[in-house]
Design a protein. Structure first.
Length: 169
């Protein structure tokens, strides 16, 4: 019986979902010296590579974002140590596409609060990347499960919101 405890496809699907959840947790829990916009973009590229061709990855850097007029996003990223990385993963099923969905997550990898320096719970500001982490975890799960009939787009605007880089120059 499909979906029963002994059904190996249900077990495989559960394992794939768990792998996506684990990736999400790993991203959120990564320290800031490891997690930045470039390492998040590398994770997206790895998801595409490991999908066996069902997921493609496009990364827009600072220059591509400027050409597209993404001023608000680039304004947030202005003080960052690493360049912003706009991540777009696309999953396409092997058969007919019956539905298209989009999943978008906020990718602020560290938020200092700008000139209004936060004093309480500053160590938790890395959790601002939770939306991005959830999107990449979902992309990993979808790339492993390969659902029929659904084209999925996963978008993350990854950057830091740190105003200290050029504060004193």
């Amino acid at each position: 019986m499909e979906g029963s405890v002994g059904d190996s496809s249900a077990i495989t699907t559960g394992l794939n979902l768990a792998n996506g959840c684990s990736l999400t947790k790993d991203i959120v829990n990564a320290p800031h010296n490891v997690l930045n916009s470039e390492s998040l973009a590398d994770t997206a590229k790895r998801i595409a590579k490991e999908s066996g061709g069902s997921i493609t990855c496009e990364i827009l850097g600072k220059k591509e974002c400027e050409k597209r007029g993404m001023g608000a996003y680039l304004g947030v990223a202005r003080g960052s140590e690493t360049d912003p990385q706009f991540i777009h993963l696309t999953y396409k099923p092997s058969g007919e596409i019956k539905k298209k969905v989009g999943i978008v997550g906020k990718g602020l990898l560290f938020d200092t609060g700008g000139y209004n320096i936060k004093t309480a719970m500053m160590e938790l500001m890395k959790f601002d990347c939770g939306g991005a982490a959830a999107v990449l975890g979902a992309a990993r799960a979808v790339g492993d499960i390969k659902p029929d009939g659904v084209e999925a787009h996963f978008c993350v605007a990854a950057c830091e919101n740190s105003k200290f880089k050029n504060m004193f120059t």
